[in-house]
Design a protein around this ligand. Structure first.
Ligand SMILES: [Zn+2]
Length: 336
């Protein structure tokens, strides 16, 4: 755990000056954009231009090394650091994105964020100092907790939260009433089959509505497609969405470099088809793996964690399955 005392507070006190949020429909989007001031509209135009300039052709990812986390981001490409469960830090071009990494109590049978790492996340210190975007797929305790998210936003005024309205509401409830932090708490939920694209600090993220499961339609769950340093990364949260839910998003045509997928998508035929036909990533990273000590039923049909990992590799050879906190994978665009 790196810590750098004194480096946790960015200089700006007015995050909107350094961080532009851009809403623009990429496909058909029925969600009404938030009201924007003239100032924000100017920012939008500027950021749109910048994002056009920054468009990079889809590039093939390759696993580079799991070694030196201090250098891979500097040399181009993206580092993906496993935190816990479905929680990851993505770093490229000196900017970080957290996905499903800020939670505390977790859910029995699945990994929790180690205390020391959570302090770093909340304090925006060490490797977490350049986080600009905090994403949470849904509000469940193994993906999100309002307290840790609020503390991270408080300690890092350059960071913005994007999650479901259900999760955003939980954060609003724990921040002081007059706090300017509320402006950095954004809830989104596009209609199923539509997506919404947001750009934060030059990081473009397309947000998808991917339901949590047939039995629990009341729980909103988001998928995220990010493009960082020319590498396209997909995180789908906890979903049991079938092929017909994925099809309208056209992800197979996106040339996704890295897909972070809950392990059940890799083991069961109906979801394996989604991966092969509707996501088609160059590299799969398995997530939401049970802890090694979990009850045997968590590992069906394999029996234990090594058996589960072997079954995943048999179905999708070359899948990465990080289980150690701060395990880091580096990906680089072809030709860089
Ligand atoms: Zn979960």
């Amino acid at each position: 755990m790196e810590t750098e005392p004194g480096s946790s507070l960015p200089s700006t006190q007015f995050p909107v000056r350094s961080t532009a949020i851009v809403y623009h429909p990429r496909r058909q989007v029925d969600v009404a954009p938030r009201e924007t001031s003239i100032y924000m509209r100017q920012l939008i135009v500027v950021t749109l231009l910048l994002s056009l300039v920054a468009q990079v052709q889809p590039l093939a990812a390759q696993v580079e090394s799991a070694l030196d986390p201090a250098t891979a981001g500097d040399a181009g490409g993206v580092e993906i650091t496993y935190i816990a469960n479905e929680g990851f830090l993505l770093v490229g071009e000196d900017r970080g994105v957290l996905v499903d990494a800020l939670f505390d109590v977790g859910v029995r049978g699945y990994p929790r964020v180690p205390e020391e790492i959570r302090r770093g996340l909340e304090g925006s210190s060490g490797r977490f100092r350049n986080v600009r975007l905090i994403l949470a797929s849904h509000y469940h305790a193994d993906h999100f907790a309002a307290g840790p998210v609020a503390r991270a936003l408080e300690n890092n005024t350059a960071a913005i939260l994007i999650s479901t309205e259900q999760a955003a509401d939980r954060v609003r409830q724990v921040i002081p009433e007059m706090s300017t932090m509320a402006a950095r708490v954004i809830g989104l939920f596009p209609p199923q089959g539509k997506s919404q694209t947001v750009t934060v600090a030059g990081i473009r993220v397309e947000v998808f509505n991917l339901h949590h499961g047939r039995d629990r339609p009341e729980i909103h769950n988001l998928g995220f497609l990010l493009e960082i340093a020319g590498v396209k990364i997909l995180h789908i949260g906890d979903t049991e969405a079938a092929a017909e839910v994925f099809a309208p998003y056209g992800l197979a045509g996106e040339t996704i470099d890295v897909a972070l997928l809950p392990y059940w998508y890799l083991l069961h035929p109906k979801w394996q088809g989604v991966v092969r036909d509707h996501i088609r990533p160059k590299q799969i990273v398995a997530m939401h793996l049970p802890v090694a000590e979990a009850a045997g039923s968590y590992f069906e049909p394999a029996g234990n964690l090594p058996g589960l990992l072997a079954a995943i590799d048999a179905a999708f050879p070359g899948t990465l399955a990080p289980t150690r906190p701060l395990e880091t994978m580096s990906f680089r665009g072809e030709g860089e």
